[in-house]
Design a binder for this molecule. Structure first.
Ligand code: ATP
Ligand code: MG
Length: 412
């Protein structure tokens, strides 16, 4: 029955996979905290305007990929396709201007109506880092360093290349835009239909087109570098110097642009050749005009988002160490003692498996299957003597010990 399948492009995350998923989130969170970022969350849905106004009407996300709906109160809402717009909206709504630089870490589900493939889903998850209110290139250096450190701790930094570019400041863009319009206008017949529309509304967007024909034209298009103002040039130089000092290797990719309208100056992507077509694992940039575009006071910002599913695909499976102990009571009186012992051990942070029923043989098998490292056996005899039997499930070695010594022994 189709209704019993998850919706196309969505996935259940079962316990084994969830452990890997959780590992990525935990490493990211801990690393972000080390750099002084604080965790926060915004709602999973926002007024559609929040995304439409910030990401740009001609972006793929806004023009094709948003999960938008009208709720029962008649409000036009959208399931968030990314974190940045929501965090900036929250920055404005909560009047956080006096808290700049505001450094946030977040993670959670995102929604985009895309063609599902390996590493591309309709509900996917991101880790996200943002710094709002810092105009200095040192903020860009820091934001990129957090990302590099997370990838290093996940053991995947050397599977990735950091590609770096500048998109210039708004003044640089004026001249560049003209040059692009001039260039692409000479090749309109070879442009895709989407890109013909982009040519009028937002020619820069053509550079990010995934259409084969467009890409051939883009290969010879003018580069932003020739149109940078001295200030934009200095900013990019300072960023590169800073990354050098921070020991973060990068490659300047003069053709790298990002798919959203709000970027200025820095654009970057950590890419890999190990995930086929879905090669970008983590990407971001500077968005100095965004907060103003959303209706706030002009405030610069920079951030990135990384796809958790892609990070999981790239990282090695995390072995989950079998650290729990099974309690195996034999007889009705021992059942009660087992329950008490379980409470005691768990309170002392020992993971305990206690079956709901079944004979001792079945319970031993289950303990094995769950990978318990030891079993605590209690029968009438042990009860009477105030002892327990502790069996090492790897070596099979068995010992009797006073109940009072059990906790220390198990912890050791
Ligand atoms: P792509 O070019 O792959 O579509 P994007 O530029 O749309 O990526 P961003 O908006 O920058 O992606 O999102 C940041 C990261 O989130 C991506 O680098 C990727 O790891 C992840 N991501 C984006 N869309 C998806 C998706 N549909 N499924 C899984 N992960 C995704
Ligand atoms: Mg995309």
């Amino acid at each position: 029955m189709a209704q019993l399948q998850p919706v196309r492009g969505t996935h259940d995350i079962l316990p084994d996979d969830y452990a890997r998923f959780r590992h990525v989130v935990e490493i990211a969170r801990q690393t972000a905290l080390l750099f002084g970022y604080r965790e926060m969350a915004t709602p999973i849905f926002e007024f559609t305007e929040v995304f439409a106004r910030s990401m740009g009407e001609t972006s793929d996300v806004v023009s094709k990929e948003m999960y938008s709906f009208t709720d029962k109160g008649g409000e036009g809402l959208t399931l968030r396709p990314e974190y940045t717009a929501g965090i900036c909206r929250a920055f404005i709504s909560n009047g956080l201007l006096q808290h700049v630089p505001f450094k946030a870490f977040g993670w959670g589900p995102m929604f985009r109506f895309e063609r599902p493939q390996k590493g591309r889903q309709r509900q996917f998850h991101q880790i996200d880092v943002e710094v709002i209110g810092a105009p200095e290139p040192q903020a860009d250096v820091e934001v990129i360093s957090v990302a590099a450190e997370i990838l290093r701790r996940l053991g995947i930094l050397d599977k990735c290349v950091l590609e770096l570019n500048t998109l210039g400041d708004p003044e640089s863009r004026v001249g560049y835009r003209e040059a692009l319009v001039k260039y692409f206008s000479g090749h309109v017949d070879k442009l895709s239909e989407d890109s013909r529309k982009r040519l009028e509304k937002n020619p820069l967007r053509i550079l990010d087109s995934k259409d084969e024909g467009d890409r051939r034209l883009v290969a010879d298009a003018p580069l932003i570098q020739e149109y940078l103002t001295p200030a934009a040039r200095d900013f990019f130089a300072a960023l590169q110097d800073g990354l050098g000092i921070a020991g973060v290797p990068f490659k300047v990719s003069p053709r790298l642009v990002r798919g959203l309208d709000y970027y200025t100056h820095t654009a970057f992507e950590f890419t890999t050749d190990m995930l086929g077509a879905q090669g970008t694992v983590l990407a971001g940039g500077r968005y100095d005009g965004l907060i103003e575009q959303l209706g706030g006071k002009p405030t610069p910002g920079i951030g990135w988002a990384g796809g958790i599913e892609r990070l999981v695909l790239l990282s090695d499976p995390q072995p989950v160490p079998p650290r729990s102990v099974a309690i195996i009571p034999i007889g009705a009186a021992a059942e009660a003692e087992a329950a008490k012992l379980a409470t005691e051990l768990r309170r002392a942070d020992v993971a305990v498996e206690l079956a709901y029923g079944g004979n001792a043989g079945k319970r031993f098998k289950r303990a094995d299957r769950l990978g318990c490292f030891a079993a605590i056996v209690i029968g009438d005899d042990e009860l009477a003597k105030g002892i327990v039997k502790l069996k090492d499930l790897k070596s099979g070695e068995e010992m009797a010990l006073p109940r009072g010594d059990l906790l220390a022994k198990v912890k050791a």
